[in-house]
Design a protein around this ligand. Structure first.
Ligand code: CMP
Length: 139
């Protein structure tokens, strides 16, 4: 059965949007929803609430609201885990060593400006999708 995940191309990587979307499609995802805008602080706080209190949290929220992101719903079987695999690990140095074909290995600058984001589990994906796009089946 098809699953949905919530995904972002972050402000540091929107210049590579076409190359990243090509990899997304080649990996078999459908882009069910897409919208390009700078995240509001409210959106960033919602997506990153699990990281509140961490030393990098303020930098993360500031970075994510500084310029446009590409906000997407990606769909395929096992989408949440498959998108995490395609992104690769958060630190690009590690990504280059362990997953050289991943998006972060190829496009991330550093562990903060790391090109893409994805929900960590199905529940979070559903909450994030609902927050930005509402009910998927409503239209
Ligand atoms: P993302 O997948 O968007 O989810 C949480 C984000 O926090 C992560 O990618 C990075 O952008 C950021 N992050 C995680 N760990 C660190 C860190 N040690 N220093 C700076 N930013 C981090």
């Amino acid at each position: 059965p098809e699953e949905h995940t919530f995904a972002l191309i972050k402000p540091d990587a929107t210049t590579h949007k076409d190359e990243i979307l090509k990899k997304v499609k080649e990996a078999g995802f459908s882009i069910t929803k897409v919208k390009e805008q700078a995240l509001t602080r409210e959106m960033a706080l919602h997506f990153y609430k699990d990281h509140e209190g961490k030393p990098f949290f303020d930098d993360l929220v500031n970075f994510m609201t500084q310029g446009p992101s590409v906000i997407m719903v990606l769909s395929k079987e096992n989408a949440v885990e498959e998108w995490k695999k395609l992104m690769g690990p958060p630190d690009p140095e590690e990504a280059k060593k362990t997953c050289p074909e991943s998006i972060r290995a190829q496009f991330a600058h550093d562990i903060l400006a790391n090109a893409v984001h994805g929900s960590s589990d199905i529940e979070q994906a559903e909450r994030n999708i609902q927050f930005v796009f509402g009910e998927l089946d409503a239209d």
